[in-house]
Structures are given as C-alpha cells and as structure tokens.
Design a protein. Structure first.
Lengths: 270, 296
C-alpha cells in the first residue's frame, strides 16, 4: 500500500487529539491567570488556587462529593463484581438476556430520565413505607451505585474471560470448598479488575450533576451542583483552578486504573 | 463450577437491585404521568385512590394532551432528535478515521493512543463544557484571538446557538464513537485487506467494499452510544445553547425544577423513552451478545 494515506490518516488523528485536548489545556492555562477575566492573559499567578482553598462552599461540597463517591463506588464494586461473576461464571441461566440488558441500559439512558424516575421512586417509597425519610447522601449513593455498577461488571467480566477456568477447577478438584476456592483463587485473580472498577465508579460519581440534582434533598449539595450554579452565572477563574485540579485527579485515577488493567493483561499473557 | 445457592446469590442480588432501583422507577414515572398536577407536596394527586367507597381511578391524560397541544414540546422533540442525529454523523466522520488510524499504527502504539482518546472522558464532563464556554463566548479566547489578529471586525456569534450545542455534543461524546469503532476495526482480519490488494483492488475500493461493511457493527454501536444520551442531553444545551432551540432534556428539567409540574415532566420522560425505545433495544441487543461490548 502506498505511504501517503497513512500519513494523511495520522495527520487527521493528530487534529483529533488537538480537538480533544486544546480546550482543556487553555482552561488550565487560564487558571494561572492574574486577571479576573478568564479569557484575557494578564500574567502568571496562583491566587485563584489560594481563593479556592478558602472557599468554604466549594470545600464542603467537595467533601460531600468525595464521601458519596467513596461509598457509592464501594457499593457498585460489590454489586458490579457479583454481576460480573454472574455473566462470566454462571454460564447460561434463565434470565441471562434480561439480566445483561438491564445491566447495560443505564449506560445509555439519558440522565434526566434516570434522575427523574429514581427521584419519583424515592418519593413513592417514602409515601408508602416512610423510607427514605429524607433525601440527600443515601439517595445519591443509591442512584450513583446503580449506574456505575455496570462499568464494574464489564471490567470484571472482561477479566474473567481472560482467566483460565482450570485454576478454579483445580482448587475445587483438590477439595477446596466453593467459598474457599472463591476467596483463595478467584478473588485474588479478579482483584485488579475490582480496584480498576472501583476507581471508574468513583470518578463517575464525582462527575455526576444531573442525577444527583434530581435525587438530592435540601442541604446536600455536591461539587458539580456548586460548579454548575456558579458557571450558569458567569465564568470564574476559581472554576478554572478547580477544573485544573479535576483534570489532575482524573489523570491520577485513570493512570492507576490503566496501570492495573495493563498489568493484569501482562500477567494473564504470561 | 458455582453451586446452586451461590449462583442464586451472585445473580439474584444485582438483579434485584437493578429491578428495584432502575426498572421500578420507570413504572413509577408512567404512573405519575397519569396523575393530576396540584400545588401541594408532593405536587400531584395519585391516579388511584383507596377511599371509603373502594378504589377510585382519578388518572388523567392531561399531561399528554398538554405535550401535544403546545408547539414548544413538539419542537423540543424534533430539535433533540435532529441535533442528536447530526452530531452523531459528525462524530462518525471525525471518529472513524481516528479509530482507523489508531489500528493502522500497529500493536505497540494502539494502547497508548486509545488511552489518549478515552482520557478526556474521565475528566469532569462539566469541566469540558465549561472549557468550551470560555472559548466560544463573544469575549472568549477564540474571539479575542481573531480580533487581535484583525481577522474579524467584531466577535463571531459562536455560542448560545445550535453550532455550540453540536460542538459540545461532538466534543463530549467523541470517545464513545471511537472506542467501539476501534474494537471492531482491530478485530478485522488484515489478511482480508491484503487479499483484496493482491487481487488488484485499489486501497479505496478495498476500504469501501471490505473494511467499511465489516466494521458496520462498530459504526452502529458507536452511533447508538452517541445518539441515545445526546437526545436527552441537558447540560450542553443549557450551557452552550440559545433560548431559541428548546431541547427535550432542558424542557424536562425546567418542567420539573422551575414549574414543579411532576406529571408533565413524567409524561415528557415517558414520551422520550418511547422515542428512544427502538435505539435502546438495538443497543442492548448488540451489547448483550457474547463478545459484543458497547463501552470499555
């Protein structure tokens, strides 16, 4: 094949990356801007980071978001881990197609629909059983775990597909009781997938604005809600600084998850 | 290899969770869409009431009538579907050559290059939309640069319009297009292409008659991953769109949060689900197949 086409393709790829990254880089650049204007450069400064550190509304919201993310990611890892095992190790079972369809649907469902329907469920449950008596932390955790468990399940299922079932069978043949075989053989083998899944669920929870806005109650304002109401009013260099921190954290989290998934592939290849 | 009782636990717990917190809510939405809006807490009258006289049905189709009668709602659905379709097409035009280029670079480069496509998805969605706000405004970075270079006399109207909404959707959803395309293209047998070339097929012909048809499952999966959420998108039209193009996500949000009309918001959600039922079922069919996968 001739050489020109790949080169043109690579140029297109480069443009694609520029499109994806240029806005983020400009955003980070202007977080170090001296001026209050987010779009005119006036010299280097870290004052917006200092102001961010003193903004209690943002810090309170960040703490709530982090605790919601930790709890919902842990819940999603348990539920998604089980769902991954169901898909990867239970073979054919009666409701398998319905199960897989139900697991996958939250991935594409428009957020306004998921958020509205879950809120109405919580309101109806409260009317019928008195639970949840107030909306906030618990309801956001439940909603977030519900949409992120699918991601965990897919990572775990992919990991199980790459494993040799003979390992688990050997444990069973050697007389290990099923629970012991699971705890001693399967669980350590899928542990990297569980950690990667947890990190993905954690990031998704931190990022969610729409679903949390629906299912929250008075007093529980997550970080994306504060950011959203702030940027609706206008641009602010503090938001640029916060955005730069978000990007840094995403790099760390995805780097860790990618490293874990890559490492397990290498181990599986050996 | 897993005992019967363990299987029941492994399958049962996530199934019950999803049935309760994902499936049941849709029944509640359908239910509330049939009730009457009132100024109370919660702001609706249940469609079914247990009174002394027994069960009385007080359901109404008022909310659906409202949707049909007001041009705003019909326009919102039409706009949402149209903008989601064009954005999906643009994503495909940008994403297909990207996925193809990544596959063509060879095994050593594929992982890191794919990672670079996925990475922006994991940075905050809100942050990425905000980034475009700072770029596109009349006083934004792009207009400042154009003015400083003397290329334009006055700021271009880049934001608060449909152009900005398309841009925002394409930017935010591009990774979802590239990933499934990459997955199918990577699996394509290289030998097939070489056979086509050996038989005298020119590269473009080989691409059009071999690669493109074989990558169709990836095209469909990617298109659905962009189209379905884009139809109901709220944040992008709200922050980048103008007031002249209502989209369904934004209308639903306003109906719920500003007007506190829960039955109307529910009816909007039911109709949106109805519009999206076909694409969602197709996506589930594709993704639930063994080996088929929508997202990473």
């Amino acid at each position: 094949m001739n050489d020109r086409r790949p080169r043109r393709l690579l140029a297109w790829l480069g443009l694609g990356y520029a499109f994806l990254y240029a806005p983020i880089l400009v955003l980070i650049l202007f977080s170090f801007n001296e001026s209050r204007l987010v779009t005119v450069w006036a010299g280097f400064s870290t004052r917006w980071y200092a102001e961010l550190a003193r903004n209690e509304r943002i810090i309170d919201a960040a703490l709530l978001s982090l605790s919601v993310a930790v709890v919902s990611a842990s819940l999603a890892t348990v539920l998604g881990g089980l769902a991954g095992l169901a898909l990867g190790r239970c073979g054919r079972f009666p409701l398998r197609i319905a199960f897989a369809a139900l697991l996958i649907a939250p991935l594409v469902m428009p957020e306004v629909i998921t958020g509205l329907s879950q809120l109405l469920l919580f309101v109806t449950l409260e009317g019928a059983f008195g639970w949840p008596s107030e909306r906030g932390f618990a309801t956001i955790v439940i909603a977030h775990a519900t949409f992120s468990l699918a991601y965990v399940a897919l990572v775990v299922e992919a990991r199980l597909a790459g494993l040799d079932p003979a390992l688990e069978e050997a444990a069973a043949d050697l007389g290990a009781r099923p629970l012991w075989a699971f705890a001693g053989v399967t669980l350590p083998l899928i542990a990297p997938a569980l950690v990667a899944g947890w990190l993905l669920a954690f990031t998704l929870s931190l990022d969610d604005l729409v679903i949390a806005s629906f299912v929250t109650g008075p007093g529980a304002t997550t970080l994306p809600m504060v950011v959203f109401s702030s940027i609706r009013l206008g641009l602010s260099p503090q938001i640029n600084a916060l955005a730069a921190l978000f990007v840094l954290m995403a790099l760390l989290v995805v780097g860790a998850a990618g490293w874990l998934i890559g490492r397990q592939r290498r181990i599986a290849a050996v | 290899m897993i005992g019967h009782r363990a299987r029941a636990v492994v399958i049962g717990i996530p199934l019950v969770w999803l049935a309760l917190f994902f499936l049941a809510p849709f029944a509640v939405v359908l239910w509330i869409s049939l009730s009457q809006a009132v100024d109370a807490q919660p702001p609706y009258v249940p469609a079914l009431e247990l009174g002394r006289a027994g069960i009385s049905f007080r359901g109404t189709l008022d909310s659906y009538r409202l949707l049909l009668d007001d041009d705003l709602y019909v326009a919102a659905y039409a706009n949402s579907v149209r903008i989601a379709l064009t954005s999906t097409a643009i994503c495909l035009l940008i994403g297909y050559p990207m996925a193809y280029a990544i596959v063509r670079t060879g095994p050593a480069w594929r992982g890191p290059l794919l990672m670079l496509v996925v990475l922006p998805f994991w940075t905050s969605f809100l942050v990425r939309v905000y980034a475009w706000m700072t770029l596109l405004r009349p006083t934004g970075t792009i207009n400042q640069a154009l003015l400083a270079l003397g290329l334009v006399a006055e700021p271009l109207p880049l934001s608060a319009n449909e152009f900005a909404v398309h841009l925002g959707i394409v930017y935010s959803y591009l990774p979802f297009m590239v990933l499934p395309l990459y997955a199918t293209l990577e699996r394509l047998d290289r030998e097939l292409l070489e056979a086509a070339a050996d038989l005298g097929c020119r590269p473009w012909r080989a691409f059009l008659s071999v690669t493109l048809p074989l990558s169709l499952p990836g095209v469909i999966a990617g298109a659905l991953l962009v189209f379905i959420p884009a139809v109901g998108e709220f944040v992008i039209p709200d922050l980048l769109g103008g007031s002249d193009t209502p989209m369904i996500g934004r209308v639903l949000w306003a109906e719920f949060f500003s007007n506190r009309d829960w039955p109307a918001a529910s009816a909007l959600a039911v109709v949106t689900l109805f519009v999206l039922a076909g694409p969602i079922a197709l996506f589930q069919h594709l993704a639930a197949r063994p080996g088929g996968r929508g997202r990473p």
